[in-house]
Design a protein around this ligand. Sequence first.
Ligand code: MCN
Length: 783
Amino acid sequence: MAVKTIDAEEAGTTKLVGSAVERREDVPLIAGDAEYTDDIQHPRMVYMAVARSQQAHARIQNIDTSAAAEMDGVIDVFTADDVEASGVPGVLDVTVLPFIEAPDFPILAEDKVYYQGEALAVVVAESRYQAADAADAVEVEYERLDAVVDAVEAANDDAPVLHEDIGSNVGVDWELGEAEPVEDALAGADNVVELEFVNQRLIPTAMEPRAAIARYKSSTGELSVEMTSQNPHEHRDHLSAALGIPNGKIRVRSPDVGGGFGSKIRHYAEETLTAWCAMQVGRPVKWQATRSEGFLTTSHGRDNVTTAKLGVNDDGSIQGFHVDTYVGVGGYLAGVEGLVASNLYATMLSGQYDIPAVYAKVTGTYTNTTPCDAYRGAGRPEAAFAVERMMAAAAKELGMDPAEFRRTNYLSPDGFPHEVATGHVYDSGDYGMALDKALELVGYDDFRERQAAAREEGRYLGLGISCYIEACGLGPGLIESGEVRVGPGGSVTVTCGTHSHGQGHKTSYAQIAADQLGIDYDDIEVREGDTAETAEGHGTYGSRSAPVGGSAIAESARKVREKAQRIAASQLEAEAADIEFDEGTFFVSGAPDRSVTIQEVAAAAYAGEVPEGVEPGLEETTYYNPANFTFPFGTHIAVVEVDPDTGDVEFERYVAVDDVGNQINPKIVEGQIHGGIAQGLGQAMCEGAVYDENGQLLTGSLQDYAIPKAESVPEMEIEETVTPCPHNPLGVKGVGEAGTIASTPAIVNAVVDALSPLGITDVEMPMSGETVWRAIQDAEGGA
Ligand code: MCN
């Protein structure tokens, strides 16, 4: 049932939106024409390497760089004293919110280290290998301190306190709603279902680790940085603040990037240090993280421990939801983790349901671990997990069918926009429609019969449902620019402040512009990722590019067309109101022979042949401000069989019905959902960062940290429903995170369902064979 791609010509010039046009970015990527940061060479370029803390919690007694400085090829070695002396501040960029207690995050550690891998010193050398060897030769004396790595333990009174100036390990202390009414609702409910679960710490594993190259011209004060960024304009502004260079003098360019998944949003120490080093040594400086370095220093995600209570009456109606979550934020509060851990998570705890009262308490604690930050879904996967695990558990407790239980509690499709108890105003949806379609696709009724028969034979089949909702396109306030320029020759350049690192913007943005302008898809170029080439923007995260960036482009294309219509009217000596437009041609109403093409209009526009009051040229820029988040949703269903002797989980089916509003490109949508499901499956089945009690990362390489392999990802059957977003011009909702948010609870629910005859009500993630086998052994009357 996979979506079949077509080429743009087959779609027809003005019907591209909605067509599965082949991704134009794939051929260059496969043909070796991609330009990743590490491919870029500049004359006289030198290399930076970072000396990192081997300890997770320690006082720094001494850093001796003398041996490193003497080594072959070494140009200079810098420590915190040097950068401080030059006035470079920390890399702190947390959203300053009243519920946050955050320490400074120095660019190089000063007196103490808080996690293994924290940057201590940087070496600049003629070659990459010389730099790495010299970084290894930096000698550090530590006074080791007790470490704490567990989010809940860190909140205990006897836990070692990381940041003494804060006085406790609590960095985020946040509540949503009021506890008392929810506690009253639970007390009054016929049943209270309680579960404790862990959303384990994950390590984003993009194919390309982070990298940066910086060049500084001291004669003009201009800084140019090529880097692996999801959000070049934001990085430009961070660099400006850190280095004291006006942002107009900084150019950040993010070339081809091999994935980000949220981990390349943050302002990290290394990219700023690369730029600072370039300013010190007067030569271009390159830094490329190794995979292990990435594992230690690029943001991790999740790390939640939750206790949830759901009050339900015997008729299946939910009365209240009480959630208490600890989040291990890491050694510092970095990036937007303060928001991810709190607001982005807890405001999604209403799910698709009419829950009268929700209370959530979030305690974010400092632990001697790599700082966490946004990772695909950022708070929303944890929320969907909490809601959908509880829905499964409550249905089981009530002896109700889990699909029916959800249906009983759905927000009605007629009541949109719905303001839910957590404060969001959901824009549009029909949750029952997606559920019904998924149940039909998976053959739900048959399955229950098959499951019963299999149980008779001692086989453990299970089916897990996840009815997720997500909030994406972050708004209002987070604007995005989209520029559309029809050149004098009639070809088009589209620019946007977003950045594609796998999402296919070059294809989907060209589809939007082609439709609006009636210009050949192949005549449309899309450019992103260069602050010198694009208007202001915020970048790609929160599945915002289609709903916000796409809307900006659609608006600009519409404005270009309107302007072209006025110019065409003057060329055709008619009133603009009498001009019609079809497939790139303007013509006089009722006289189709009197016509000009948009290309002819463009030529006139640049020759100054425009009517009075109209400026020459044919280009428009829109800053689109989304009215609200937009809320994609859907139902995913996993069907598994668990081998009771080995604990192995085999997927029999994986069915997904997603509603992302109107689809610009169904093939890209399908690909995003595939990738997202694989990532959520990674959390369910195999991924998990493991630290020892001293804060040493035991899963520090791809030999120890398991990500899903092709053979472990099941065939996915993907369908959709379409409920357009009512508040953006394209009617689109984002898709980039949907699969990740949906899949994890579907898979865990399936395994728990399979093992429920053994009295098993929960299985911890990742559900490796061993974990499942142990759960079976521990269960009452094990298999
Ligand atoms: N699209 C569409 N119709 C819709 C919605 C989207 O055709 N109704 C298309 C868009 O035009 C775009 C793509 O789907 O080409 C994704 O759009 P969108 O959902 O807006 O997401 P973004 O482009 O903003 O991408 C961000 C999102 C996030 S938050 C993470 S994390 C993530 C993801 O995308 N990281 C990715 N997908 C990824 N895919 C790859 N290959 N690599 C990553 O790092």
